[in-house]
Design a protein around this ligand. Structure first.
Ligand SMILES: Cc1ncc(COP(=O)(O)O)c(C=O)c1O
Length: 433
């Protein structure tokens, strides 16, 4: 193993040995594991995260995209602290839930009504059930490599940890469920059209408008507008899974960024900048099917809990207040960073691709443009692993998989980015060897 693990991270090693005794594989979510063992985190602040051995890293994992505004953002901490003094869970309706719903609807014009849930997976599960309830049809179309959470209908050819661990359909998932999920190639409109023509019982099409779970894959020109056109022509609800892109690429998500209105939207992550909350929203006639008014059942003890709601309100208000500076700054930083990284790898004669947009980027070690599941899978993952380990050694934490994304946050400074470029320079040398 690398020198990093020989001489450092001793406390993390001890904790991992202990964790494995009581937690399956020692982690509570598969993407957190990496070889030989992950570092255990003690604290985080702004753009940094500290491990159990007091090693400090510049954080580009950023809660897998949740921390758009950085760790412990003051507006959010202060809002949550105020709420803590008033109680943590009531399980009755509260006024802030109305305020939050109005804020979401204000930012997302495609949404008439919104229901608050807890995780991204819960939001997409509800969105799919709504689409089925609305159309009274069965089949769902998803795209190869898109990740929509760890539930049966979408855990088919999914990205993220599922692709990283080579799991195409999870053991324990029922064939009866997965056979109702039709998988189509990302960025391939003909494939979608053929699938819709072949199957008359399609209840919905779900898509990540920017694919952030196979590394970063951008929608090609017209892909999303064609998707909208085809689904409309066939009366099929279009679900934009904006769990990553909501608030991250624009205050109104990818649908604002690309100017396309889906029928149903899911969001989580940057919605609350680090608290457990997600949302599913859409047209009134679809959303009103939810129980108790309608017959599409969805329920949760922690849905709309006052702590997460207070975090989400503060988060959206902060984003809306600073939006004119926030998004242009992140795009400028990303352009400078990605261009410098591209030049560096080119100078070092390392075959590579860099995909970037808004505040997200990823490098792939391959000669071919990365535009879908196949081309992402064909990139050299061993080289990526070396890159990750070397970056860690130099105090830069990115998500530990080729199939994740590097996320910038408002807390990153130019100094952080310069240090990170130095770290990439070091790490690319290890990839070359
Ligand atoms: C696009 C997308 N949808 C859904 C999910 C599932 O969210 P959660 O992990 O909160 O269930 C994720 C998680 O990374 C995601 O990236």
């Amino acid at each position: 193993m690398t020198v990093l693990y020989k001489n450092m991270l001793k406390n993390s090693k001890k904790l991992f040995v202990d964790a494995k005794k009581v937690i399956p594989s020692g982690v509570n979510s598969p993407v957190r594991y990496f070889e030989p063992y992950p570092f255990f985190t003690k604290k985080a602040n702004g753009s940094h995260i500290w491990d159990a051995d007091n090693k400090k890293y510049i954080d580009f994992c950023n809660g897998y995209g949740a921390l758009l505004l950085g760790h412990r953002r003051k507006e959010i901490i202060s809002s949550v602290t105020k709420q803590l003094s008033k109680g943590t869970l009531y399980c009755t309706p509260t006024e802030p839930e109305i305020e939050l719903s109005k804020l979401i609807i204000g930012n997302f014009p495609s949404i008439d009504k919104v229901r608050l849930v807890n995780t991204g997976g819960e939001a997409t599960m509800t969105a799919i059930r709504l689409a089925r309830g609305f159309t009274k049809k069965k089949k769902i179309i998803k795209f190869e490599g898109c990740y929509h959470g760890a539930h049966d209908s979408v855990l088919v050819k999914a990205g993220s940890g599922s692709a990283h661990n080579g799991i195409s359909v999870s053991d324990g998932g029922l064939d009866e469920v997965s056979k109702n999920t039709l998988v189509v190639q990302y960025n391939n409109v003909e494939d979608l059209q053929k699938t819709i023509q072949k199957h008359k019982d399609v209840a919905g099409v779900i898509v990540e408008p920017i694919l952030a779970n196979m590394g970063l894959i951008l929608p090609e020109k017209n892909f999303l507008s064609d998707l909208r056109k085809i689904t409309k022509e066939n009366n099929i609800p279009l679900i934009f899974d904006e769990v990553v892109t909501g608030f991250r690429v624009a205050p109104g998500g990818a649908q604002e960024y690309f100017g396309i209105k889906p029928d149903i939207t899911t969001m989580a992550k940057a919605l609350s900048n680090g608290f457990t909350i997600s949302a599913v929203g859409g047209k009134k006639e679809i959303m009103d099917l939810l129980s108790p008014g309608g017959n599409v059942y969805q329920a949760s003890t922690f849905a709309g809990n006052p702590i997460s709601v207070s975090a989400a309100i503060a988060s959206i208000k902060t984003i809306n207040k600073i939006k004119n500076k926030l998004y242009s700054k992140l795009e400028r930083y990303n352009l400078l960073f990605s261009t410098a990284l591209d030049d560096m790898a080119t100078d070092m004669k390392i075959p590579h691709q860099i995909n970037f947009t808004a505040s997200m980027l990823q490098i792939f070690f391959t000669n071919k443009p990365v535009t879908n599941y196949e081309t992402s899978k064909n990139a050299n993952a061993k080289k990526f692993k070396k890159l990750f380990q070397s970056l860690l050694k130099k105090g830069v934490f990115i998500a530990p998989s080729q199939f994740e994304v590097v996320f910038l946050s408002d807390a990153h400074t130019e100094n952080d980015l310069n240090k990170t470029l130095d770290a990439y320079h070091y790490a690319l040398k290890s990839v070359k060897n």
